[in-house]
Ligand binder design. Structure first.
Ligand code: SF4
Length: 373
């Protein structure tokens, strides 16, 4: 069964109701288990679980320590372009926003790289708007070729592509792809994505499966927190992860929790997730899945990120710029969204050390492909 077929057997409203109906007893049963299933996950993200947050946090910490040790992977985004043909109502790069558009040239990419390498990064996240003509597979292929000698890990957060395109980029050295569904609420999805290719809900939903078929090593999943009721979003996210892990068990997975940030355009979130609720969500994912990487970006404040270190998170961005050319070429161009934690990578490392954690700059090398085959 494809994920689309499975997904279509669920109704958003039914899921929402069943999460709200979970009781303290359901939470206690989930907390007592070594392996939680999707019903347990519902209990852990339900309102009934909030009084159990301390227990969840302790268990999440222990499980994370057992699997990952006291480590935190660090990565940095490199925005290659702010051109986009879509009109997502929550994004500063929407085609409707009159902003200066640019696509970094080869020499501009290398200028950015010099600054990023100076910060110590080995894991680079390439980000573009969705503009297949200007920043499609050929542009990315060239960018990865340029960047590959300088970084151990190259991940892309770009427009969803066909399987053959992913195969091409993986062969060039692309290690992973992050593709967030934004919202799993199929009925409301068109309101947020009124035009462009991103309006195709199912093409986006089926992207992780195409990545699995293409043999891409790591797939990052997420929902944008702020559009629709977050508990129901996270249930579908967990269901997607569960499906993918069974079908593509050799792939690594990562979950992100992007809470909406201010941007040019001024869309106001429909849903607010409190810090406490975000902690609940992170712990719930850890109790549901001991292997998955949990990532938290510079969207979150410094003080809050410091607290998350011991709660299950295993990857953090640092020193991020969310505009093309932001590190060296043209720091003044418009950001996709405002960042919240503007500490340097050195400061982040010091913070991690003060908590007894070690920053990991690299946990992958392209030569491992040869070892695997
Ligand atoms: S979220 Fe992505 S696809 Fe949507 S407007 Fe922004 S850059 Fe374009």
């Amino acid at each position: 069964m494809s994920f689309k077929e499975l997904f279509d057997t669920y109704q958003w409203e039914d899921v929402e109701k069943s999460i709200t109906a979970k009781t303290a007893r359901d939470v206690e049963i989930a907390l007592a288990k070594d392996r939680c299933d999707l019903e347990d996950f519902k209990a852990l993200i339900s309102p009934a679980a909030l009084p159990y947050l301390e227990q969840m946090a302790q268990k999440s910490h222990q499980n994370t320590l057992r699997r990952f040790g006291k480590t935190m992977q660090l990565y940095v985004p490199l925005y290659l372009s702010n051109k986009c043909h879509n009109s997502c109502v929550y994004c500063g790069f929407s085609v409707k926003n009159k902003i200066h558009r640019r696509v970094l040239t080869d020499s501009e990419i290398m200028q950015e790289v010099e600054v990023i390498k100076g910060m110590g990064f080995e894991h680079l996240l390439l980000v573009t708007g969705e503009s297949p003509r200007e920043v499609g597979v050929d542009y990315l292929k060239n960018a990865i070729r340029l960047l590959r000698p300088h970084f151990a890990q190259i991940t892309c957060e770009v427009q969803p592509m066909d399987q053959a395109d992913y195969e091409t980029l993986a062969a060039e050295g692309m290690h992973g792809v992050y593709v967030y569904q934004e919202t799993f609420n199929k009925d409301r999805y068109p309101e947020y994505h009124p035009a462009g290719k991103k309006a195709d809900f199912y093409y986006r939903l089926e992207t992780p499966e195409r990545l699995g078929h293409a043999g891409v090593h790591k797939v990052g999943l997420g929902a944008l927190i702020g559009l629709e009721e977050w508990r129901t979003e996270l249930f579908f996210l967990a269901m997607h992860l569960n499906y993918l892990e069974k079908k593509f068990w050799q792939t690594k997975y990562s979950i992100s929790f992007p809470r909406m940030r201010p941007f040019t355009g001024g869309f106001q979130p429909n849903v607010i997730m409190s810090d406490r609720e975000l902690v609940q969500a992170i712990c719930a994912f850890r109790l549901f899945d001991n292997e998955v990487e949990l990532s938290i970006s510079t969207r979150e404040s410094a003080a809050f990120r410091d607290n998350l270190v011991k709660l299950g998170v295993t990857a953090m961005s640092a020193g991020s710029k969310t505009n093309p050319g932001g590190y060296a070429v043209s720091p003044e161009t418009l950001e996709q969204f405002n960042i919240n934690d503007d500490r340097t990578p050195v400061e982040i490392c010091e913070m991690l050390r003060s908590k007894g954690y070690e920053a990991v700059w690299k946990d992958w090398d392209i030569s491992m492909i040869a070892l695997e085959s």
